[in-house]
Write a protein that binds this ligand. Sequence first.
Ligand code: HPA
Ligand code: ZN
Length: 335
Amino acid sequence: MDAALLPKAELHVHVEGTLEPELVVELAQRHGVALPTTDPAALRAARRFTDLQSFLDQYYEAAELLRTEQDFHDLMAAYLARAERAGVRRAEVFLDPQHHTERGVPLEAVFDGLSAAAAASPVSVDLVPCFLRHLGPDAALEALRTWLPHREHFVGVGLDSTEVGNPPAAYAPAYAVAAAEGLHRTAHVGEEGTAADVAEALDTLGIERLDHGNHCLDDGEVVARLRDTGTPLTVCPLSNVALRVVNALEDHPLPAMLAAGLQVSVNSDDPAYFGGYVDDNYRALRDVVGLTDDQLTALALASFDASFAEPAAKDAWRAEVRAAASAPLASPTAS
Ligand code: HPA
Ligand code: ZN
C-alpha cells in the first residue's frame, strides 16, 4: 500500500515551515520585497542546514513575508491541500504568533487567516500556538495573555525555537496558566537538548505529548518514565536528518523507540524545508529504515491515539486505518 493511502494524523507540523519557495516568490511580489533570486529551485537549493539554529535563522526570515490575513490563509490552504493528498485526516498545526506580532502583524490576521483556510478543508484541523524560547519566559506569559481572547482559534500550546541554553522549567508559569485555561500542552524537548531536559519538562510543564524527544534514549530511566506514563512522542525523521539530530536516516532511532515501548507518531515538522511531507516520512521509514506495512499501520493508528481530537472522531479514523490496511492491494495494471 502506498503511504499516502494510509489515513493518518499529523501532530507536529509548523505552519511557517510549510512555506514553499513558490509561495515565497508570490508573497515577495505581493509585498514588493526584493529577493536574492525569484527562482524557486534556487531558493529550495539554499535550504541546507548544519543544525537547528541554522534552520531557524532561514525559517524566521522567510516567515517575515507573512503579513496579511490573506497570506496566512494562502499558507494554510496550500499545506492542507498537500496534507490531504498525504492521507492526513487530522492536523494539529503549530504556529509562532510571537514572531508575527513582534513585527506588527495583528494577531487577528494570523488566527483569522489560518482558521478560514482550515474551515474550508476536509481535513480536521486545530491550531497550537507555540512559545518562542529565544524570547524568554516572561514574553511567553505575556503572549499567552494576548492569545486567550482568541481562545476559539486554538486547542493547546507548545514550546519551540532554540532549545540549547533555554531549558524548559522557566516556562512552567505559562504552562500553568494554559492548564488552568483547559488548553492542551506539548513541548519541543530532546531534539538538541538532553534526556535531563526531557525529565525536566515532564517534571515542570504538565505536558501531554513530547515533540521530538529523541535524546530521551540516552537515559533508560527517562525512557521508562515515558513508557510507563504512555507519553506520546511526535517524531520527525526527515527533519532529524536535515538538522543533523541523526547522522543518517538508516540510523534513525524510531525502531529503537518502538522496541522500548514508546508511543510514537510520524510527522513532517517543517516539510517545505526538510524535503518531504508526512507521507514522504512514512515512505522513507519503509524504504530506508525497513519498517513493514504492519509497522506503518501501527504508527498511523498511534497518530490518532496521540491526537487531541474528540474520542469519537479518533475511533472513526482508526477504523478507517484498519479498513485501508486490510483492503486488497490495487494492481498497478488494473484499469
Ligand atoms: N525545533 C524547534 N523549533 C522549531 C522547529 C524545530 O524542529 N521547527 C520550527 N520551529
Ligand atoms: Zn517542530
